[in-house]
Structures are given as C-alpha cells and as structure tokens.
Write a new protein. Structure first.
Length: 385
C-alpha cells in the first residue's frame, strides 16, 4: 500500500469511517457538501435562486454535524457550516424584473485528518417578470476554494518499523497540506405565484422549478504530484479530466434539478409543500423527495406590526437508499429557525444504528415576509415569492 489518505464525504451515502480503516488512493476524489435542508442553502442549490425571496435582504446560517455518535472513540465527526447574504434588487427603477447580488461561504471539516474545504462565492442573478404570476431568472456564480489536511494526524505504512508504529518515523510521502482553485457555476429558475396566504383567503399557490450546473471549469485537484510537493494552485495537468499522469484529477461537474410547490388548502391555515431535488456528480447521485406541512399560527398586524406573524413547519424527506430526514421549523416575523435529523437507512446502519446527521438553520429576512411580498425596491404589486 503506497499511501493512506483521507477522502471527503461523498455527496450522498459514501462515508468512510476512520475506525473501519482509511481509504488508500493517490488522489482526493471529493464530492460536494450538502445539507438536508437544501432549500435553506439556496446559493449552493442554484445560483438563479439569488434574490428569489419575499424581502429586500436575506441572511442565512447553516450547521450540520454528522456521524458524531458513530465515531465515538474512532475518530472525528463531519462538521459543515455555511453562511449567505442576498440583496433582492439593486435596480430600483426597473419594474420588469430585478438584479440580485449574493455572497456565500461554507466550511467542511472531516475526520481525524481534519480534511477541510473552505469556499467563498459571489453570485449575481437577474429575473424577468413574464406576467403578474410568473417569473424566469438566471444566475451565475464565481468562487474560490481551498482544500487542506493535517498530515500530522494521519498514520502511514512507512511509520511501522519492525511491526511497531513509530510516530517519529518518516512517512515517505511528498504530499502538500493544501491546494486551491477558482470555481464557477450557473443556473436557471422558473417561478409561479398566485393568490394569498391568509387565514381568511388561503388560496396561494407557488411553484419553483430549476436546474443548475456547478464546477463548470472542472478545477484540478491534488495534494501532491508524484514525488513533487504541491502546496498551492500551481499544478495543472494537460492530459484530460481523469488522466492519472501527474497523479491529479478534476472535480466532477455537478448537475442539479429541483422543484417545489406550496399549495395552501382553502378555508384552513395549512399549506402543503412537496419538494424534490436530484443531484448528479461523477459516480455519485442523490435523490431527495418529500413534503412539509406549514401551519399559519398568526398573521402580522396589518398597520401597526405589533403582533408578529408566525408559522410552524413539520415534514420529512427520503434520500433514496440512504436516509429518512425529519424536519421542523418555526418562523416568527423576520426570523426563522429549522431543525432536521437524518435517520440512516443505508447499509451503514449496521454501524450507525440509524444515527445520522443533525442540522440547524437560521434565517433573517427584512422587511418581514409576513407583511407581503416585495418586488422592485419594495412594492407589493407582484406575488412572486
């Protein structure tokens, strides 16, 4: 075995537990981070979702902890955090659409080797109102990512001398501790919205369908090039996306298709929100489908705003051949908090006993979304979002 290294978490179900042995390879074939509450991480779902929200500014925080219960005594868990900020419309005088900028950041840390991915992205999207009820938008995203690893926390076969592990022995590896690259993505979205979500005339219907592609440039990835040290982005192979010459590889492009519908049940406080999302990246695929049930607890005071509007969400998703996800959320005025837990159903449940990942999301929208939709600098003439 020439090298023992560390893999990132696969997009869906491929998790390598350090207690079961680290995977041997010459490259790091990593798939993207993902959140079970993917609708609460819109800029990582589809750049065209930038600005598609009922307000002028929106900020979100996400945190995910996975496999901590399984890894007790065996190694470190998987932790992912993300933050984003969006501004709805920078073109105040354009009534036919909007232009929205957004900024997001995420960090993912995995296992004993503290394999870490940090990325910051700038997104800009533009939407055009096709009618009072429909809108189409497109977005592009440019980012910079860095991968790093703590080699000191890993053990290597060369460090076993006479059958005994010697921590001070040379690993014989020429791997670098980090590398970085630029990254690009694009997406398109169609949105439909009609009616009102109130306690008296609960007849609102909203729908989104979108598609996106990430890592359009298929950036080069490697911690080392054979015996040559690779510590930054100064290495590029010229022999195709998966050629092993130079021991480098490209990050696979990721394709995303997603859709959701929010249907308010007339003469009730309830809305049903079925959702589906499909992700395809190299050899990994993920299909999530399920529904939320939203209960409107209270409306905002129309004129004074003293009584804040509030709503409660409860639902579940099934991640195909991997997990069942239980979700709950509470919105109060401009603020929202969401919780979810993955119950592992894959073959790994023999080790996990069904214990998967915990996730929390926090969201802030201003103006208060319970006061009505805002478009083109704050008017409420459209019911798009």
């Amino acid at each position: 075995m020439s090298i023992i290294t560390f893999f990132t978490r696969k997009l869906s179900r491929s998790i390598i537990l350090s207690g079961l042995g680290l995977l041997a390879c010459t490259n790091v074939y990593s798939q993207d981070i993902h959140f079970s509450q993917f609708l609460e991480d819109p800029l990582d779902l589809n750049p065209a979702l930038c600005g598609a929200f009922p307000g002028l500014i929106m900020g979100e925080l996400n945190y995910r902890n996975q496999w901590s219960s399984v890894m007790n005594g065996l190694g470190a868990a998987y932790n992912t955090m993300a933050a984003s900020f969006q501004y709805h419309n920078i073109t105040k005088n354009w009534s036919k659409g909007y232009v929205s900028p957004g900024l997001n950041f995420f960090n993912d840390k995995s296992g004993d080797g503290q394999l870490q991915i940090s990325q910051v992205n700038f997104t800009i999207a533009s939407g055009i109102f096709l009618s009072e009820k429909s809108c189409i938008s497109a977005g592009i995203q440019a980012g910079w990512a860095e991968h790093s690893i703590n080699m000191a926390n890993l053990t290597w076969d060369n460090q076993y001398v006479g059958g005994q592990y010697v921590p001070g022995a040379s690993s014989g590896e020429a791997a670098g501790s980090s590398f970085s690259y630029f990254d690009f993505a694009a997406g398109i979205l169609y949105h439909y919205g009609s009616g009102q979500a109130t306690m008296t005339s609960n007849n609102q219907v909203k729908a989104d369908i979108g598609a996106a592609v990430f890592h359009i440039n298929e950036p080069q990835m490697s911690f080392y090039q054979g015996d040559a040290f690779l510590g930054n982005t100064n290495f590029y192979t010229t022999n195709g996306p998966n050629n092993q010459n130079g021991m480098a590889t490209r990050l696979y492009m990721k394709y995303v298709i997603h859709g959701d519908v929010s249907y308010s049940i007339p003469n009730s406080n309830i809305a049903v929100v079925p959702t589906v999302a499909f992700f395809d990246q190299g050899p990994a695929q993920e299909l999530d489908m399920g529904a939320n049930f939203r209960y409107l607890l209270k409306l905002e005071s129309k004129y004074t705003g003293v009584n804040k509007g509030s709503a409660f969400d409860l639902g579940g998703y099934y991640r195909w051949n991997d997990a069942f996800i239980v979700l709950a959320g509470l919105e109060f005025g401009s603020y929202a908090i969401g919780f979810s837990y993955d119950v592992n159903l894959s073959a790994l449940n023999q080790a996990s006993n069904g214990r998967g990942g915990f996730e929390i999301s926090l969201r802030f929208i201003n103006p208060n979304p319970f006061m009505g939709s805002t478009e083109s600098g704050g008017s409420t003439t459209h019911t798009m979002f």
